[in-house]
Design a protein around this ligand. Structure first.
Ligand code: 0RA
Length: 690
């Protein structure tokens, strides 16, 4: 999960999407050598089309689009690794926010490509979709065309790009400027040894295209690189940030560049254990299923090879949503046919097993899909040469043949595993049995509380509601402590701002038993106030407030309560976060009274700046706020609630697996990770990364 400033857009597509296939300059590939100047013009026309309407090639030119340029270049190196020729990839964020990506693959071909009449390098980086279109039997096609729009789009959206290739004993170089214009042609600039072989791409995104920001977020790149390393086991990715704090970086304490390395030889198996950090596993080693199948398409000729791998681990968690699915390394957030195939196999195999060992008696009902999934963490990753995406955000896999393929691979491998590991198999069935009984008990408890929390529309007595009935302009402030709640009630804009004070710490939903959760008054109050239900019945279109603002003290307790609340929203009203309705209020930390005016600082840097600007002598007294309660209602309004002056952080989720891992770690039994996380992130709210 990442936060954004209030005014930035959220919910953008996570990957490159074609709105429409633009083939304008593919013709250049067909033209051939004879008509060199003609194809040259077409190439530039193609890149110009990308610059004119970048939204057709990358979904957004906001921060997400800026980062997609990196994914695209790294994808090419990962493709080379998947083809079996590359093991090491480096990604460096430079001082000027340019990005350098290297790999130790075969190197982009340097010979002239017959079809385009251009060198391989010039072809790959200037012709749209050229990536997988040549290279012959060499294997690049294996993954080429699996995803992405091609490196040429990155070139088109860069002020400059430099490509260096080491292969065939030579070192070759070509620079492009102003959105893909080659400066001359590919040149041999020296020799290379076999150890130096590979491709280096260095590019600087064009600020006239990425008008919102050209500053890279380390955490965003780090999380993506980690995910790529998990999904493509064995590859080593080293990420380095050379930037100073002024340039957007965050060097180590000793001033050295921040650097992390990711390599997971266990691939998605390690991904699952990583996500489950802090949970108690039922099967300590994840179950691994893998297989590939060739299908012949309706034309009776075209053959497609579909590969699937799945890693499964049950834990003591009660969570229902531990399935992380991917197609061609892209997260399929809405699931799809691969997940359907998985669920089919789970239900079938687990019920068969339980019946055959009489763990389910004759008149027992079958385990439901929910029973099978409770506490299950599963990563499913498939590779498909021709994926079809559906759904609201085009993140749902639609290829119907995948359902059967996945179901038979998981069915067979899971059945074998259960037979070979009888003790663990037994524990898994026990877990399902518990889940099934708990579900029944919870259903009874819920039916009672749903009446109070959902069906009864009487709002909680502690809620000071706003007078407007238009949810779009309404805000709910959830406030820690009664005294702060009192100030907030007095200070607020009563037309649009509602106040719900919370008494003390709220329940940790990560640890509490389900029936206790439903019986908890504070949780019931929040559910009723927000008015859109919970869990699978949560309907984000019914929320009574467009903004739900968490307002807690700026101290350790406040941090804890904030995380407890976020955990509650994450587990019970996830779309509220996903659709960007959850905010964190930012009360000031300091107040300086000077010559009859009040000045506020929200962090230490601002305090320093204020002291400088006001020319204050060292030792000039200022107030340090320890809690919201120390502010009177006027001050609270002025600094934290007035939409014209306040600063808020909007919470979003851009990596579900990362969010899951962090929430469990933060809310688990261990206190240390939580303390460490808060300490590390308190100073860097901008980069808060849950
Ligand atoms: C086309 C053909 C071949 C390799 C590549 C492209 C290639 C592209 C990229 C982009 C980044 N790193 C890359 N590494 C390789 C195979 C050519 C051959 O047979 O040697």
């Amino acid at each position: 999960m990442a936060d954004e400033k209030e005014n930035t857009s959220v919910g953008e597509e996570e990957r490159f999407t074609y709105v429409k296939e633009d083939v304008s300059n593919e013709k250049a590939l067909e033209k051939g050598k004879e008509d060199y100047s003609g194809s040259d013009i077409q190439v530039l026309e193609g890149l110009e089309a990308v610059r004119k309407r970048p939204g057709m090639y990358i979904a957004t030119t906001a921060a997400a689009g800026l980062h997609h340029l990196v994914w695209e270049i790294v994808d090419n190196s990962i493709d080379e690794a998947l083809a079996g020729y590359c093991r090491n990839i480096t990604v460096t964020i430079n001082h000027d926010n340019s990005i350098l990506v290297t790999d130790d693959g075969r190197g982009v071909p340097v010979d002239t490509v017959a079809k385009s009449g251009l060198s391989g390098v010039e072809t790959v980086y200037t012709i749209l979709h050229a990536g997988g279109k040549f290279g012959g039997e060499g294997g690049y096609k294996v993954s080429g065309g699996l995803h992405g729009v091609g490196a040429s789009v990155v070139n088109a959206l860069s002020v400059w790009m430099e490509v260096t290739v080491c292969r065939d004993g030579g070192k070759f170089f070509l620079r492009f400027e102003n959105g893909g214009h080659p400066v001359g042609h590919l040149e041999r600039i020296g020799d290379s040894t076999p150890e130096q072989r590979g491709t280096t791409v260095h590019f600087k995104p064009d600020p006239t295209i990425f008008t919102e920001t050209t500053v890279y977020n380390y955490e965003t790149i780090r999380n993506h690189m980690r995910q790529m390393a998990f999904l493509n086991g064995g590859i080593k990715i080293i990420l380095t940030d050379l930037r100073t704090p002024e340039e957007g970086g965050r060097p180590n304490e000793d001033g050295s560049p921040r650097q992390e390395s990711f390599q997971y030889d266990g691939g998605i198996r390690e991904y699952v254990t990583y996500i489950d950090t802090g949970k108690v596993p039922v099967n300590p080693q994840p179950i691994y299923c893998e297989g590939a199948e060739e299908v012949t398409l309706a034309d009776g000729e075209t053959k497609e090879r579909i590969y699937a791998e799945v890693a499964l681990q049950w834990t003591d968690s009660y969570s229902q949503d531990g399935i992380y699915s991917f197609c061609n390394n892209i997260s399929t957030k809405e699931g799809g046919t691969h997940v359907e195939g998985l669920n089919l196999a789970l239900g079938r195999v687990l019920n068969d097993y339980a019946r055959s060992f009489k763990l389910l008696k004759e008149d027992d009902k079958n385990f439901t899909g929910e029973d099978c999934r409770e506490g299950l963490t599963c990563v499913i990753s498939i590779k498909h040469p021709n994926p079809q995406y559906e759904g609201q955000t085009k993140t749902k896999l639609g290829n119907s043949e995948v359902r059967k393929i996945v179901s038979s691979i998981v069915g067979e491998d899971l059945r074998n595993w259960l037979n070979e590991n009888p003790a663990e198999a037994r524990s898994i069935i026990d877990k399902l049995q518990l889940a099934s009984r708990a579900r029944e008990a919870a259903r009874v408890a819920r039916e009672k509380t749903r009446k109070s929390a959902l069906e009864i529309t009487t709002l909680p007595g502690k809620l000071a509601d706003c007078s407007s009935k238009d949810p779009m302009e309404c805000e709910l402030y959830i406030v820690e402590g009664n005294s702060a709640g009192g100030s907030a009630k007095q200070g607020r804009d009563a037309k649009t701002q509602a106040i719900l004070p919370l008494r003390g710490k709220i329940l940790n939903v990560e640890k509490a038993r389900e029936d206790r959760i439903w019986a908890n008054a504070e949780i019931g109050n929040m559910i009723t106030a927000i008015g859109a239900g919970v869990r699978e019945n949560f309907d984000v279109s019914k929320i009574r407030y467009n903004k739900v603002v968490i307002m807690t003290d700026a101290d350790v307790d406040g941090d804890h309560i904030r995380i407890l609340l976020l955990t509650f929203f994450y587990r019970f009203m996830r779309p509220l976060i996903e659709f960007g309705h959850v905010y964190i209020a930012q009360p000031p930390l300091y107040k300086i009274d000077y010559k009859g005016s009040a000045y506020y600082a929200y962090n230490d840097a601002q305090l320093e700046a204020l002291r400088k600007n006001l020319n204050l002598k060292p030792g000039f007294a200022f107030q340090r706020y320890k809690g919201l309660g120390e502010m009177d209602y006027n001050q609270l309004w002025e600094t934290t609630m007035d939409p014209k002056a306040r600063k808020m952080i909007r919470i979003t989720i851009d990596d579900a697996a990362e969010a899951e891992q962090i929430f469990t770690e933060l809310m688990g039994e261990e206190v240390e990770p939580r303390k460490r996380y808060i300490a590390e992130n308190a100073k860097f709210v901008q980069n808060l990364d849950i």
